[in-house]
Ligand binder design. Structure first.
Ligand code: HEM
Length: 156
């Protein structure tokens, strides 16, 4: 990867080292993705949504490992557009995202090596879920009132 500045490279390395000190290494990310999607595939709410759209599971899991390495290690190894992909799925809204996060928390609890890692990753997942859900509300459902978007995942 071409670094913009030496500072950017240093910040990226520090981020990765910090994560690795909490046990978030490539083996952990791989186990997290495998455990989570096994759970998703067995789930009666989310399983069918994925099965309809994913033909090549090893490929999807590989992309998800690259995605999480980019999020947690700033690896820069993922390129894609998750927003567009999720906006294109008609069946998903707040309930499905809340359920997704519940399954993700179960995975994190099962594979936990360090509670700091669990809360870091759970926090990132929530931020990303929130922004995907906002994109869905705006681009798919046509809602552009910020008051209606606020806290969409937490509203009753
Ligand atoms: C209700 C919740 C969700 C459902 C049902 C769902 C379902 C899917 C499906 C079916 C795909 C494949 C789309 C395609 O290849 O056309 C996909 C891709 C993806 N999902 Fe989700 N998703 C959900 C939430 C999330 C969340 C919360 C995250 C991140 C924290 C996430 C991250 C991704 C990423 C990064 C991709 C793209 C992978 C690529 O570039 O090929 N998803 N999702």
């Amino acid at each position: 990867m071409v670094e913009a500045t030496p500072f950017a490279a240093r910040a990226r390395n520090e981020k990765r080292e910090q994560a690795e000190r909490m046990g978030i290494d490539p083996a952990f990310i791989s186990a997290m993705v495998e455990n989570f999607y096994a759970r998703v595939r067995a789930d009666s709410l989310l399983g069918p949504i994925f099965e309809q759209r994913i033909a090549d599971w090893p490929h999807h899991l590989g992309r998800m490992k690259a995605f999480w390495a980019s999020v947690l290690h700033q690896s820069g190894g993922y390129s894609g557009n998750p927003m567009i992909k999720h906006v294109a799925i008609p069946a998903i809204a707040r309930r499905e995202f809340a359920h997704w996060l519940g399954l993700f928390d179960e995975t994190l609890a099962e594979i936990e090596v360090d509670p700091r890692a669990t809360s870091l990753i759970a926090g990132r997942a929530r931020m990303i879920a929130e922004s995907l859900l906002n994109a869905i509300h705006i681009h798919r459902d046509g809602i552009n009132d910020p008051m209606k978007l606020k806290g969409a995942l937490h509203a009753g």
